[in-house]
Design a protein around this ligand. Structure first.
Ligand SMILES: Nc1ncnc2c1ncn2[C@@H]1O[C@H](COP(=O)(O)OP(=O)(O)OP(=O)(O)O)[C@@H](O)[C@H]1O
Ligand SMILES: [Mg+2]
Length: 527
């Protein structure tokens, strides 16, 4: 029995576990690699290939490949293969299944649970879709953990003797599909998240797109056709662009060969040109970092950039020299590129056993630890770091703006970046005499306009005795737990009529959907 940490990435995924000394260890996949491309190839309806081979085959059969699925987690998008539509959770489940299989083969024991990481800026829908993917793959989720927290945990705990003095660390995480900026306070025995923000759709893929665009324009100038228009040449160009980008991390110049419609063009790109082409993307990350510091200055948590003691760069795209250069200029310090590809999986592995131990101590139930193969000896070796997180999104109540309109407004009860567990209260009022019920609608987001927020769920106070005067108060309390469960209590105070509900995880996937998807996956071979 073993538990693992899984970095389920947009482009690459990695799995780690703890060794006997409780040091994180990345598990090699069957190709001998530290990480596995998050690419799924449908060889046939029943035969699914995940990883390096799928990525290589993607050039030959682009129409049978699903990639960058994480970008669409929590959405209704589907991919169609052999006449069947697959949701993002189902494709992600195939990746998880492959990671689990490979890890079990190396460890030679079954995996009983996993911590799966997500970008800190993932909202409820994306987090729940990730949980559902794990369920479909038959993986027990110990926790969903934010990627930057995992990276900071790995960093903090990897220091010899830990960190002695309290440090504010900014984690800059630029991966394949997402960008997160997180500021953490790390001390010898605690990791506290102060702020998280970023861009859900900003990642290395967009840097590739810029190279693709550059090459396609050169190609079109010469041959009058856009290589991005053909699925095969588009996919080849994508792979070549990513390769060129990686080369430009090491070298000053790269060449890209592009074949399309019987023509071939070789295009050269210097690092300087590449930096220019992508400056607008880098700028977006810079602005997000500046905003992070500014918000904490406003809250009184930081005095300014000089209060950031360390800039930690993680995510494969942080290897681009432009990132180090920009962050050095912005922070006035030399940023640390600490295990950019593996920090997240390793931190998740650390968190997996620490979290099981924390819960066991809280509940006094040791049976769960035994079930996961964690004994007293392991517990004694585990770091005692307390991890405190913040919520990455605001939660509000949808209510009428005023009684004279039928316009709704989002009244935020829990602000973004509040420490978890979080609690928020508000008083609302009934809108007509003799009102017998009150509806509470929970929104994710801090925009005053409910249309720009995501509705997470609702509940109703019913059975209010007759004769309730107009504008009677209704106290509404939202609680968000460490495990990001949302509890709502609403009380019509005059008669103490109340409703309590826990938000049913809104994923669009019912238990039945998940069971069917799991059965479907079980009938497939994943290699
Ligand atoms: N040496 C390199 N130079 C430039 N870019 C690189 C290099 N190595 C990897 N990358 C890029 O890093 C990205 C992958 O990074 P990583 O594995 O951290 O992302 P991910 O976990 O898949 O994505 P996310 O965290 O956004 O879900 C890809 O876009 C890849 O092209
Ligand atoms: Mg990542």
């Amino acid at each position: 029995m073993a538990v693992v940490g899984i970095d389920l990435g947009t482009t690459y995924s990695a799995v780690a576990t703890l060794d006997e000394m409780k040091k994180p260890l990345v598990l090699l996949n069957t190709d001998g690699g530290n990480y596995t491309p998050s690419v799924v190839f449908f060889e046939s309806e029943k035969n699914i290939v995940v990883g390096e081979h799928a990525k290589n085959t993607s050039e030959v059969y682009p129409e049978r490949v699903a990639q960058f699925v994480k970008n669409d987690m929590g959405s209704d998008r589907t991919w169609k293969f052999f006449g069947k539509a697959y949701r993002p959770e189902e494709i992600s489940a195939m990746i998880l299944q492959k990671l689990k299989q490979d890890a079990e083969a190396v460890l030679e024991k079954p995996i009983t649970g996993a911590v799966i990481t997500v970008p800190a800026i993932f909202g409820e829908a994306q987090r729940n879709a990730t949980r559902d993917a794990a369920k479909i793959a038959g993986l027990e989720v110990i926790a969903i953990l934010e990627e930057p927290v995992a990276a900071a945990l790995n960093y903090g705990l990897a220091r010899a003797g830990g960190i002695k003095e309290t440090q504010n660390i900014l984690v800059y995480d630029l991966g394949g599909g997402t960008f997160d900026v997180t500021i953490m306070r790390v001390s010898e025995n605690s990791v506290t998240m102060l702020y998280t923000g970023g861009d859900r759709r900003l990642g290395g893929k967009l840097w590739d797109d810029e190279i693709m665009g550059y090459v396609a324009t050169r190609f079109a100038e010469r041959h009058g056709a856009d290589p991005r228009d053909g699925p095969d040449s588009r996919q080849s160009l994508r792979l070549a662009a990513e390769n060129a980008k990686r080369q430009l991390t090491q070298k000053e110049k790269a060449a890209i060969k592009c074949d399309h419609a019987g023509n071939t063009e070789r295009v050269e790109l210097t690092r300087e040109q590449f930096d220019e082409l992508t400056a607008h993307l880098l700028k977006r990350t810079e602005t997000a970092c500046d905003l992070a510091v500014a918000e904490l200055v406003e809250k009184g948590d930081l005095s300014g950039w000089d209060d950031i003691h360390q800039v930690l760069l993680v995510g494969g795209s942080s290897k681009m020299p432009q990132v180090t250069k920009m962050m050095q200029r912005l922070s006035g310090r030399e940023p640390k590129l600490h295990e950019p590809d593996l920090a997240v999986a390793k931190g998740a592995a650390l968190f997996s056993e620490m979290e099981l131990l924390r819960v066991a101590q809280l509940t006094g139930d040791a049976a769960n630890l035994q079930r996961h193969g964690i004994g007293a000896h392991d517990a004694a070796l585990l770091p005692k770091t307390k991890v405190t997180r913040v919520c990455s999104f605001a939660l509000g109540n949808k209510c009428l703006k005023s009684r004279s309109t039928d316009e709704y407004v989002n009244e935020v009860l829990i602000q973004k970046n509040t420490t978890l567990p979080a609690k928020g209260k508000g008083t609302f009022y009934t809108i007509r005499p003799d009102q017998r019920s009150v509806e509470i609608i929970v929104l994710e987001g801090d925009d005053p306009d409910p249309e720009r927020c995501i509705e997470l769920g609702k509940g109703v106070i019913t059975g209010i005795p007759s004769g309730l005067p107009d504008e009677s108060p209704v106290e509404v309390t939202f609680e968000l737990t460490d495990e990001s469960v949302i509890r709502v209590t609403a009380i019509e105070t005059m008669h103490d009529t109340r409703c309590d509900f826990e938000l049913k995880r809104k994923t669009g996937q019912t238990a039945m959907d998940i069971r069917q998807a799991a059965d479907d996956l079980a009938r497939k071979t994943i290699e």
